[in-house]
Design a protein around this ligand. Structure first.
Ligand code: TYM
Length: 326
């Protein structure tokens, strides 16, 4: 059976880009593949976090993933730091990836330009991500478009390790969706929608009040030529709305554009499609919130299942690289 793994950081609120680019596809994957999904709390530590907020956000994100449709009885849902093998394999990955490769990562450049304090871990972040993936003999990694470069690096590192030390890791492939892979900011449609707080009017939080979401979509930046067609280069705002509408209604952006002649109805239908997508998620999240102990129990079961796979692969890697067995 195909093995799938993906992860998401518990920093900031889950937004529509995370949902359409990644989480929604995980919900489908869990029924088709042996699937592992993790809340990557260690990755969140690459920027300074308030400890109490990190704990709350980690639990809340797990609840929100379940509200989005991940079923811990079907997939393995866990918290990255609960499975110690991740940090240990990350070291072996740091010893396999080159400084030059890490320096070429565009996410590091973007994030370090904005950060006041640039941790060493922000630089080595892709080595931990490679460990997350390789620990589970992962075939497929469903992610949004912004993770493409990290996935290519993971493949290069796996291939290098295998050729240096013998066949140890499965070389994974990225799975990037056709619609929703790059949801853009509603106010600055040439930037991707992100968890950072710089653009609250441009970002749709999965838990935002539905009225606010309608307003944000109605105020989304478009352009002045009045034409409705999917052309991200020259019409980024309209194309973003079409991508969102398409991803929420299971079509391509070109199909979603058919029949519209004005921006008003396109915005109204996009808002309605987003509200329809988020309403059941918000309702389920409210129910789950009432029982944090149950979520913690489910995460402990997930961590045990994940560890049993990860420990075996870590043992293989330790052995291949020449660490003395104890
Ligand atoms: P993170 O937490 O930033 O994002 C989680 C997922 O959401 C996708 N995504 C988007 N998709 C479409 N449009 C957007 N605007 C948008 N913004 C985010 C991301 O592509 C991602 O799939 N490094 C990863 C977390 C990670 C990971 C892993 C992923 C750690 N270990 C192992 C896969 C496998 C990250 O920071 O994602």
């Amino acid at each position: 059976m195909t093995r799938v793994l993906s992860g998401i950081q518990p920093s900031g609120a889950l937004h529509l880009g995370n949902l359409l680019g990644a989480v929604r596809n995980w919900v489908v994957d869990q029924h088709e593949a042996d699937s592992f999904f993790c809340v990557v709390d260690l990755h969140a530590l690459t920027s300074v976090q308030d400890p109490a907020a990190l704990r709350d956000n980690t639990l809340q994100l797990a609840q929100l993933l379940i509200a989005c449709g991940l079923d811990p009885a079907v997939c393995t849902l866990f918290v990255q730091s609960h499975v110690r093998a991740h940090t240990e394999l990350a070291w072996l990955m740091e010893c396999t990836v080159s400084f030059g490769e890490l320096r070429r990562m565009t996410q590091f450049k973007d994030k370090s330009d904005k950060a006041e304090f640039v941790s060493a871990a922000l630089f080595t972040y892709p080595a931990l991500m490679a460990a997350d993936i390789l620990l589970y003999d992962t075939d497929r990694v469903p992610v949004g478009d912004d993770q493409r470069q990290h996935l290519e690096l993971t493949r290069d590192v796996a291939i290098r390790f295998n050729s240096r030390y013998g066949d140890t890791f499965v070389v994974p492939e990225a799975a990037i969706p056709k619609a929703g892979a790059r949801v853009m900011d509603l106010q600055q449609p040439s930037n991707k929608m992100s968890k950072s707080l710089d653009s609250p009017q441009g970002t749709i939080g999965v838990l935002d009040p539905l009225k606010d979401i309608e307003k944000k979509i109605k105020r989304a930046v478009t352009d002045t030529d009045g034409e409705i067609r999917y052309d991200p280069a020259t019409k980024p705002g309209v194309s973003n709305l079409l991508s969102i509408l398409a991803a929420c209604t299971g079509r391509t952006p070109e199909q979603a554009a058919e029949g519209y002649t004005q921006y008003g109805p396109l915005k109204a239908d996009t808002a309605a499609a987003v509200v329809d997508t988020l309403t059941p998620i918000q309702r389920r999240f409210e129910e789950l919130r009432a029982d944090p102990a149950e979520t913690a129990r489910l995460l402990a079961v997930g961590a045990d299942k994940a560890a049993s796979v990860a420990d075996e692969v870590l043992g293989r890697a330790r052995n291949a690289i020449g660490l003395l067995p104890r």
